[in-house]
Design a protein. Structure first.
Length: 215
């Protein structure tokens, strides 16, 4: 009986969501933008990797140990995204807001990375991430998409688009751990990590204050 009720709630939520023209339009646009990233990313990453940037002096990196923690970063990141989608697939308004937040912050990164070109830290350790490498030419590992951290924005869009709950705290703790691990891996400077919450929050705020009012 409980599973049937859950199924009915899921169906009703999506029917109500899809019945609103503004919801349909925003959802289709968001999906289209997400799909366009699969075309844009290979060219973007090729350009980024061909540029020269500035090497920063980061005292925090000098203080932290250096190690390959790729598997732990990816485990936390994939857990965050998969659990968030599984949780809110039955809540299309929240799902849409999360998609829009991710789209906006990713578009912002497409602008900020070329505007503030950086060289990876001297003791950079390549981060093995199969999903991202799928969208690069030849499966190459990307090292210069630094400011600001896309890994952080990915877990943070889950955090910002989750109401007060244990899960929200899990995402917050995951974001903190991922930020530290990214610096231990030497794939990001501290400024890349610290800037991500601000930019992600601004995109989340724009979605909540502007786009959600149109639904």
């Amino acid at each position: 009986m409980e599973s049937i009720t859950s199924e009915n709630n899921f169906s009703s939520a999506w029917k109500f969501f899809w019945a609103r023209k503004s919801s349909r339009i925003q959802f289709i646009i968001s999906i289209s933008v997400l799909a366009s990233f699969t075309i844009i990313f290979p060219h973007f990453f090729d350009y980024v990797e061909s540029t020269k940037g500035k090497l920063l002096n980061d005292p925090l990196l000098e203080w932290l140990p250096a190690a390959d923690v790729s598997w732990l970063i990816m485990a936390l990141l994939y857990f965050g995204v998969i659990s968030w989608i599984a949780t809110f697939i039955k809540s299309p308004d929240i799902l849409l807001a999360g998609m829009q937040t991710y789209c906006l912050v990713t578009l912002l990164r497409l602008i900020s990375v070329p505007l503030f070109p950086l060289e990876p830290p001297l003791d950079y350790i390549p981060l093995k991430e199969p999903f991202v490498q799928f969208f690069t030419n030849g499966g190459r590992i990307i090292s210069r998409d630094l400011f600001f951290s896309g890994h952080m924005t990915t877990i943070l869009f889950c955090y910002y688009n989750t109401g007060k709950s244990t899960l929200k705290m899990v995402y917050l703790v995951s974001a903190i751990i991922i930020g530290i691990l990214l610096m231990i891996q030497r794939v990001h400077y501290a400024i890349d990590i610290l800037a991500a919450p601000l930019f992600t929050w601004l995109c989340f705020l724009f979605v909540r204050k502007v786009l959600s009012t149109k639904i």
